[in-house]
Ligand binder design. Sequence first.
Ligand code: HEC
Length: 138
Amino acid sequence: MPNSVLSLLALLFFAFPQQQSTPPAATPAINVIPLEAARMVNPVTPTHESQTRAKSRYDIDCAMCHGANGNGKGDPGIISDMGLTMMDFTNPDTLKNRTDGEIFYIIKNGQGKMPGEDRAKTDEIWNLVVYLRSFSKK
Ligand code: HEC
């Protein structure tokens, strides 16, 4: 190979070093909710007891970010450290366009900076969906 070709190749190599790097790992499709998940209908009939349990779980696992009454005013330290933008579940508009299935999916799998509740039992998550919706009914 003539030297000029070699140096041209070297030039290209150094001019476009980003082409040498491996492609970034696929970003997790956290914001894409499968249609069949979104269409799921809440199979549980909440009882006073199941909602009391949902409240306990919410108070432990969710209130630090979403606020004890769902208004999005959780622990200011956590919210600023993690750079979170919280929504207000006491406003009926917030979850208006979400199906129960979508809310279930988000709670179970997490979304963005929110961790998923993957260790919770299915019926506990459905009760959390009902509990969340109750914030805008008070
Ligand atoms: C570390 C803070 C944090 C915790 C803990 C947390 N969340 Fe979230 N949650 C968020 C943030 C931030 C968003 C917005 C995510 C986004 O869309 O980027 C969110 C979004 C949601 C949404 C989606 C609302 C919508 O319409 O997009 C639901 C539902 C929700 N959270 C419920 C819960 C429940 C229930 C729990 C407890 C089991 C919980 N979250 C725990 C931070 C948190």
